[in-house]
Write a protein of this length. Structure first.
Lengths: 459, 462
């Protein structure tokens, strides 16, 4: 059975699934329930001088009747006294010595303030520290959070202050609200950070109430931009993790804890394949509760078993070598769309997507049999259904509708790919609602692989 | 109106005939709308006789634009509300849904359409006139059923002056008088009629005969015949005359013994107190027969038996109607023909004979197989007769097997001034077919009166 134990820059946890610093890690009581549910670690809700929050703090976007595709918050760091948080950390560590408890920290940008909070937190028994340089709302207006993380010099200086006194591993949590996240990651590395966490939430306005004209969340008629997270941000997070992990400008990368839209084992596996040592989850837990970790552990283990990965080290970063710059991609690789007529249900979404959104090479013009050979033919998409008089069929009086061809779907509704025009863009296979109905198949060009870089170098 | 007839009875009807299918609430509608794939050249749209842009109206529901959704429906089918309730969607839009190909439940198009339409009407929705310019030409639509309503609405939308004339006190035709109450309440039908009236269509109650039709043809620029079919065919069995008669028109009273299915349905829907007795026999197995049988059951009959001369697989009713009848507790007796009817005790005695069907479909009564059924009421539902007497006097039109001959794409009869659609043309199909006929005829009339080619390019199938 796959071994999920995780060692992150010296921080041990039974599995790579950590709760991100957020409402699910607000109190010791919550963190202990989370550990009971199966979570391997928890990054404590950011500790600092207690703040006052507003009421009305979250908003979300739904997509296709699914709730919380993306979640936005304007909540600040902990609103509980530092000593209460530290007392609870000590209690959790006493009861759960093998789980990882990482304290997220944010104080004003003074050396003494950072020194003091680091010492107190480590005295309480935290396994590591995560410097919150990423919170994009509220705290940044007070010179903390993203206000630090958006300036490489500030990031470096404060990380250095922390490293002056820290005895446990120090993680710097990166904000995505920058032009090039690698610049900030390098600053953290230069300062001696032991690891990184990425990404923090993305600046967002989730939407506007069309009856009040006020954005959400509505705080007494007004709103403010917040931090965006949830399934919608995963692709952005994956890209930023890859950028940081592939960056060797200042030496080899340091361990990274992946964050951003992780809700199941597949999401987690993707972050691990891009080099993450652990992953952090928040929105999915805010949606469904701690229990979801069971599926994540089970799913990841099964997938590892099926692929012969005994430990996480066996798979970590395996996809990094498969990401490159565009100029190194093979220009002589050609694929075309193939429609499996036996699976096609005749929705013709590939046809209209190709026509209006791609390269006008999928046609609805079949009248009989399979198409032999490429046919150059263009006809504007037409809604044939409206051109015919239709009546309610009466079995006794009306012959059954004509069905052409050997497939379940009548041939005139099964689109045809004109391979001579197909550029292999994938769009049709993306919109097709039937699994495996449209596949992209390779058409050997007979040409040796050639990249743009090679072509331009050759002159 | 219907409700003034006998409010206590109307309440009772409402209790006995609750909606067959529950409405979708707003949340469920959005979830269901989001299942829709938004097919291009969607088969559901092609299967709908009125070619409602189903993906478009469903997408608008998903986007919270229910008013726009309703307008999309009404743009294609002005009776979108009643069609949402009465259409046999299994053989139309939902039957054509591509999700069948994925072994998934089709999109519940009927219920989504009903959600959009009822939300629209409940909010007091009214249809704005497309065309602001008035045209002077006048068109008379004979009959106030779905075909005429659709024709009138479309013509009015194009600025023509339209009068709808019907012999019944309430407009709406079979939508008002002939649809099972658990599918479509008369009040719902009248709500739709009101919307058509609000477009500026005149309604007149008048029994049209050949002479008055000739006057209309002279005075109006075009005439649309949406007169439907005539009375139900009489049950031709020995003794039928002796027990028919009293009470048969007003509904089944204590003395009534035989009442045809349409009169029976119209009577209970109109609020006439009905007592159907304990045992009811319905003759025929079409959709109307099933409506009547289920109604008799809901009106208190202990046993309701449908007699049909052929076998289960030959019934004209849709499969889902047959299944529904079974669920309501209706019994079926196959391959049986009534031969005589007589008063007995306080009820009726129906003499029947078993019949055999040969390979050519010919029926032969089986000697010696006679048996009797005692019952309190007999409801023949063996089809409506065409209005041959009236139609035969309309100059210039042609008849084909009891149906008015038309050009399918324009609805025009052999008399260029007269157009026709609905049951009188198709022999009796669905509301949505009548609406489609009416709309096509309206476009044909508009093209004629504006001296231009028909805007429609629809071509007959096959």
């Amino acid at each position: 059975l796959a071994d999920l134990t995780t060692k992150f820059a010296g921080i041990h946890s039974p599995n790579p699934f950590w709760l991100a610093s957020a409402p699910p890690t607000n109190t010791g009581e919550q963190v202990m329930r989370a550990f009971d549910a199966g979570w391997g670690g928890a990054v404590w809700k950011t500790i600092g001088e207690p703040i006052t929050n507003v009421s009305s703090r979250y908003s979300s976007i739904d997509w296709n009747a699914q709730r919380m595709m993306g979640l936005n918050n304007i909540e600040l760091i902990t609103d509980r006294p530092i000593e209460v948080n530290l007392r609870e950390i000590a209690e959790v560590k006493r009861r759960y010595p093998r789980h990882a408890v990482i304290a997220s920290l944010m104080v004003e940008s003074r050396r003494e303030a950072w020194h003091e909070i680091v010492k107190r937190t480590e005295d309480a028994g935290a396994d590591g520290l995560e410097l919150n340089f990423g919170c994009p709302h509220g705290m940044s207006e007070r010179g903390m959070g993203a206000a630090v993380g958006q300036v490489p010099e500030y990031t470096q200086r404060i990380t250095e202050w922390v490293k002056e006194v820290a005895r446990t591993p120090v993680l710097v949590k990166l904000t995505p609200n920058v032009t090039d996240i690698r610049v900030i990651a390098r600053a953290a590395r230069r300062a001696g950070a032991d690891g990184l966490s990425a990404i923090n939430t993305i600046n967002s306005i989730t939407g506007i109430d069309l009856s009040t004209f006020a954005p959400r969340p509505n705080v007494d008629g007004m709103s403010s931009h917040g931090g965006y997270c949830g399934p919608a941000v995963k692709p952005i997070a994956l890209n930023m993790v890859q950028q940081v992990m592939a960056d060797t400008v200042d030496g080899p990368p340091i361990p990274i804890s992946g964050i951003g839209g992780i809700g199941n084992w597949q999401d987690a596996a993707e972050f691990l394949l891009l080099g993450c040592t652990s992953v952090q989850v928040c929105t999915a837990v805010m949606h469904y509760g701690y229990r979801i970790v069971q599926e994540m552990i089970d799913g990841l283990s099964n997938w590892m078993d099926a692929n012969g990965f005994a430990t996480l080290d066996d798979l970590r970063g395996k996809s990094l070598s498969k990401v490159t710059e565009w100029k190194h991609l093979n220009l002589n690789y050609k694929i075309v769309a193939r429609i499996d007529e036996a699976l096609c249900i005749g929705c013709q979404l590939c046809h209209i997507a190709c026509w209006d959104g791609a390269h006008q090479c999928i046609h609805v013009d079949r009248v009989s049999g399979p198409i032999d050979g490429p046919v150059e033919l263009h006809a504007k998409p037409r809604e044939h259904g409206r051109e015919r008089i239709a009546v309610t069929p009466i079995p006794k009086l009306d012959p059954p509708k004509a069905h052409i061809g050997p497939y379940a779907t009548s041939l005139e509704r099964i689109p045809r790919v004109d391979e001579t025009e197909c550029v292999g863009c994938n769009l049709c296979s993306l919109v097709c609602p039937v699994d495996d109905c449209i596949t992209m198949v390779e058409r050997p060009t007979g040409l040796a692989p050639e990249t743009w870089a090679e072509r331009t170098n050759a002159g | 109106l219907l409700t003034t007839h006998n409010s206590q009875f109307t309440t009772e009807i409402a209790q006995r005939f609750p909606d067959l299918h529950p409405a979708l609430d707003a949340c469920a509608a959005v979830v269901e709308a989001n299942r829709c794939l938004n097919c291009f050249d969607a088969p559901c749209m092609g299967a709908c006789p009125t070619h409602i842009d189903v993906p478009a109206f469903i997408r608008k529901i998903a986007a919270g634009n229910v008013t726009g959704s309703a307008r999309t429906i009404l743009d294609a089918n002005v009776l979108g509300a009643s069609c949402a309730r009465v259409c046999p969607v299994d053989v139309l839009c939902e039957g054509a849904c591509v999700l069948h190909g994925k072994r998934q439940k089709p999109i519940e198009i009927g219920r989504l359409q009903r959600f959009a339409m009822e939300t629209f009407y409940d909010a007091g929705g009214r249809l704005a006139l497309r065309q602001r310019q008035e045209r002077s030409q006048r068109i008379a639509c004979i009959g106030a059923g779905p075909a005429s309503l659709a024709c009138a609405a479309e013509l009015r939308q194009q600025g023509f002056q339209v009068r709808v004339i019907d012999r019944r006190p309430l407009p709406g035709g079979l939508n008002t008088y002939g649809v099972a109450e658990y599918k479509l309440r008369a009040a719902d039908s009248l709500r739709e009629v009101e919307m058509v009236r609000n477009l500026g269509v005149d309604f007149e109650v008048c029994d049209i005969d050949a002479a008055s039709l000739a006057v209309l043809e002279r005075e109006f620029d075009a005439v649309f015949l949406g007169i439907g079919l005539g009375a139900m065919q009489r049950l031709e069995v020995a003794g039928a005359d002796s027990v028919a008669g009293v009470g048969a028109v007003a509904g089944i009273g204590a003395a009534a013994r035989i009442i045809d299915a349409l009169k029976f349905i119209a009577a209970y829907k109109s609020g006439s107190p009905l007592s159907v007795g304990r045992r009811v026999v319905v003759i025929g197995a079409g959709n109307t027969a099933i409506d009547a049988a289920c109604a008799a059951k809901r009106l208190g009959a202990e046993t309701v038996t449908i007699l049909y001369r052929r076998q289960r697989q030959n019934i004209p009713a849709f499969d889902f109607e047959y299944d529904h009848a079974l669920r309501e507790g209706v019994e079926f007796v196959w391959a049986t023909l009534p031969t005589a009817i007589a008063a007995k005790n306080n009820g009726l005695e129906l003499t029947c004979v078993a019949v055999k069907q040969d390979a050519n479909g010919r029926l032969t009564p089986q000697p010696g197989s006679e048996f009797t059924i005692e019952c309190d009421a007999v409801i023949p539902a063996i089809g409506q007769s065409p209005l041959l007497e009236l139609l035969s006097q309309v100059p210039g039109i042609t008849m084909d097997r009891g149906r008015v001959g038309i050009d399918r794409t324009t609805g025009q009869t052999a008399n260029p001034k007269i157009f026709a659609g609905g049951d009188c043309v198709n022999g009796g199909r669905e509301v949505v077919d009548a609406v489609a006929d009416g709309k096509r005829a309206a476009l044909g009339i508009a093209a004629l009166l504006c001296n231009r080619q028909s805007a429609r390019t629809e071509v007959p199938l096959g």
